[in-house]
Design a protein around this ligand. Structure first.
Ligand code: NAD
Length: 311
């Protein structure tokens, strides 16, 4: 159904996702403002375009994987953006996989639904936008094992499912426009807080004379068990293959966590819901960034926040 796929934003995540689409046999056209990453693709014979608008003109579906809300708005509604040139577009489907706030996702989706298609096809009367952020980091993007959480029209989600499953191993339909973005920031809020909770408990345990190894074993067979304790333990040496065991390199940076918690805080403010743990977690990850650990994995909260160690 979607032979020609446009892909915009070929950074850590996007370059790997686009590669998996190419491997799955889609005809991919790429765009990024960074010429070095474009060269990597053009050297492999993948066509590139100078602007998002030109990508739209060449594609049945366009996927964006950009840093944050302002970049997404720029690529959609900026000069020579995807929606440039009146109210007509070629792509039947626009998928934003960047992590942005639910409000912007809803507004963009409404804007897209006011456009008309240059060429109607199959069941597509109008273009549709899906918000489809991902869970799983660079390794999952490389291995094609991401989880997509998707908001927007359900028929469009079903039509796009094979695209998601070329880049990931799970896709979950969350509901109307904006709910994919909402799912993503809620997931990261829970992850941010559970990582701090596990780190604080393990740090206190150490101060009380119990080593992190047996204490983690207790957690993992008791009610404190969670992803932060049993799959991504923040204490160096407790688990192999996690960022804590390689000086907190790789993984999900404190900077991205602080960015996502800012989105959570803004959304919480909009709804009027009291979210005290959001404010506290945001303060802690912001402090880590200010102390120079912004590129370290967010589990470094254990070492750098509780023990204040530089290395
Ligand atoms: P990145 O910074 O590595 O890549 C972003 C790419 O977008 C860069 O190549 C940049 O040149 C390009 N770009 C920026 N502005 C542009 C514009 N106006 N037009 C065209 N290209 C532009 O970011 P990333 O780590 O790939 O993350 C992308 C998104 O995925 C973010 O929203 C992030 O929160 C989310 N995410 C990241 C991870 C992770 O582990 N890295 C995991 C899950 C979700």
């Amino acid at each position: 159904q979607f032979e020609n796929v446009g892909f915009i934003g070929l950074g850590n995540m996007g370059s790997r996702m686009a590669n998996n689409l190419i491997k799955a046999g889609y005809k991919v056209t790429v765009h990024d403002i960074n010429h070095n990453v474009i060269k990597m693709f053009t050297d492999m014979g993948v066509p590139s375009k100078q602007t998002p608008f030109e990508v739209a003109e060449a594609s049945d579906v366009v996927i964006t994987m950009l840093p944050s809300t302002s970049h997404v708005l720029d690529v959609y509604t900026g000069p020579n953006g995807l929606l440039y040139g009146g109210n007509i577009v070629r792509p039947r489907l626009l998928i934003n996989s960047s992590t942005i706030d639910p409000e912007t996702s809803r507004k963009l989706s409404a804007t897209v639904s006011n456009f008309v298609l240059t060429e109607k096809k199959d069941q597509w009367e109008k273009p549709v936008m899906l918000d489809a952020p991902v869970s799983g980091g660079v390794l999952a993007a490389e291995a094609g094992t991401l989880t997509f959480m998707v908001g927007g029209c359900e028929e469009a989600y079903l039509a796009a499912k094979s695209l998601f499953l070329s880049m990931g191993k799970n896709s979950i339909y969350c509901g109307g426009a904006g709910t994919g973005s909402a799912a993503k920031i809620c997931n990261n809020l829970a992850m941010a807080v559970s990582m701090i909770g596990v780190s604080e408990a393990l740090a206190l345990g150490q101060s009380l004379g119990i080593r992190a190894d047996p204490l983690s074993k207790v957690f993992n067979s008791s009610t404190a068990r969670c992803w932060s304790s049993d799959s991504y333990n923040p204490v160096p040496g407790v688990m192999q293959g996690v960022p804590a065991s390689r000086d907190y390199t790789g993984g999900f940076s404190s900077k991205l966590m602080a960015k996502d918690l800012n989105l959570v805080a803004a959304s919480a403010k909009l709804t009027g819901l009291k979210c005290p743990l959001t404010s506290q977690a945001l303060e802690i990850y912001t402090e880590l960034c200010e102390d120079g650990h912004e590129m370290k994995d967010f589990s470094c909260v254990f070492r750098h926040y509780y023990f204040g160690k530089d290395e």
